[in-house]
Design a binder for this molecule. Structure first.
Ligand code: NAD
Ligand code: IPM
Ligand code: MN
Length: 357
């Protein structure tokens, strides 16, 4: 198991360290484990003058999987796009062709009271958001800024999808729905945008190959509303890059905290990048306050999807459930009567729960 470890910026370091601790404990001596740490984000700039150094890309390409923390810090926006710490992740996703981003929103029953929504709205929640990750307005050309004909400053980005890009993510979405409750909701903005008209047309056509999957469509504004009103109506949601970014943060709150949401970014085959959905959380970075469970649950996804180790993935997930049942909580999921712990204590508790089985 050759794993590239990229902690990145802010709380990325703190949460990734806990996931690595869990990884070492779960794999134990049963398999050779090779961890290669690589600099990315600000660390990449410090080491090589580039947020995504060539050496880091090289390590990524040689690995079986990547464990990623988070990248980007306040003030980033002023730096040219390619040189921003946060853009390192976008470049890595594009370089590695990681077009299928799975963001499962699953509510642990122990966290029923931690969600800001009423318990009956979220109880039993288990939905999968599939976000297309290498297209859309994130990468569309032309992009840039300048002075227009009126002498005013302007800036522009382009929302773009090609038919093959939509097709391949649609196939992944239907196959994912098949492995679950066979319901797929495609989210777009086909009422306004040509690119999203194409999205809806292609998803509908691909759907004819999957007559056993029920396909529905929602406009993204209505989808956001439905996600808050009655999230359990969804099984799998497939959507473009920017809508998926926004909807998955919203879905995080259904599960209690953004600190609980893991993700897997896949290309074809078993290679994948695994990262928590949250960012670098500059407001709590370096204080041992961050919830490491999203990172630890991302590791479980890695064990299942890149290494075909469902038993080990379940061991990790069961251990997470156990510490929650024992009442351990970081600040973001704290409920009265529970025991408040820091990042490191939470990681150590997951390891202990795994060993105690
Ligand atoms: P954020 O996700 O970093 O933080 C949003 C809020 O959630 C903050 O209040 C933060 O304290 C809290 N939070 C996030 N993760 C948490 C955790 N594990 N435990 C407890 N609380 C947690 O989003 P932001 O503030 O909008 O972005 C900060 C920086 O991170 C920006 O530079 C942004 O570009 C970057 N970012 C990176 C990634 C990534 O690397 N995948 C994702 C999102 C944002
Ligand atoms: C995410 C993040 C990234 C994105 C940023 C950091 C580039 O918000 O992974 O959700 O927008 O994709
Ligand atoms: Mn995001």
């Amino acid at each position: 198991m050759k794993i590239a470890v990229m902690p990145g910026d802010g709380i990325g370091h703190e949460v990734t360290a806990q996931a690595v601790k869990v990884l070492k404990a779960v794999v134990g001596h049963t398999q050779p484990l090779e961890l290669v740490e690589a600099a990315i984000g600000q660390a990449g700039i410090d080491a090589a003058g580039d947020p995504l150094p060539a050496a880091t890309s090289e390590i990524a390409r040689k690995a079986d999987a990547i464990l990623f923390g988070s990248a980007g810090m306040p003030g980033d926006e002023a730096i040219p796009f390619m040189m921003r710490p946060g853009a390192s992740l976008l470049r890595l996703r594009k370089e590695l062709g990681l077009f299928a981003n799975f963001r499962p929103a699953f509510l642990f029953p122990e966290l029923l009271g931690a969600s800001t929504l009423k318990p009956e709205v979220v109880e039993g929640l288990d939905l999968m958001i599939l976000r297309e990750l290498t297209g859309d307005v994130y990468f569309g050309e032309p992009r840039g800024s300048g002075i227009n004909a009126m002498g005013e400053r302007e800036a522009f980005n382009t929302m773009r999808y090609s038919e093959p890009e939509i097709e391949r993510v649609a196939h992944v979405a239907f196959r994912t729905a098949r492995s679950r409750q066979r319901r797929l909701c495609s989210v777009d903005k086909a009422n306004v945008l040509e690119v999203m008209q194409l999205w809806r047309e292609v998803v509908t056509r691909v759907g004819r190959d999957y007559p056993d999957v029920e396909l529905t469509h929602l406009f993204v504004d209505a989808a956001a509303m439905q996600l808050m009103r009655a999230p359990k109506q969804f099984d799998v949601i497939v959507t473009g890059n920017i809508f998926g970014d926004i909807l998955s943060d919203a879905a995080a709150m259904l599960t209690g905290s953004i600190g609980m949401l893991p993700s897997a970014s896949l290309a074809a085959g078993s290679f994948g990048l695994y990262e928590p959905v949250h960012g670098t959380a500059p407001d709590i970075a370096g204080k041992n306050l961050a919830n490491p469970l999203a990172s630890i649950l991302s590791l479980a996804m890695m064990l299942r999807l890149s290494f075909d180790q469902p038993d080990n993935a379940e061991r990790v997930e069961r251990a997470v459930r156990r510490v929650l049942a024992d009442g351990l909580r970081t600040g973001d999921i704290y409920q009265s009567g529970c025991t408040r712990v820091g990042t490191e204590e939470m990681g150590a508790a997951v390891v202990a729960a795994m060993n105690a089985r």
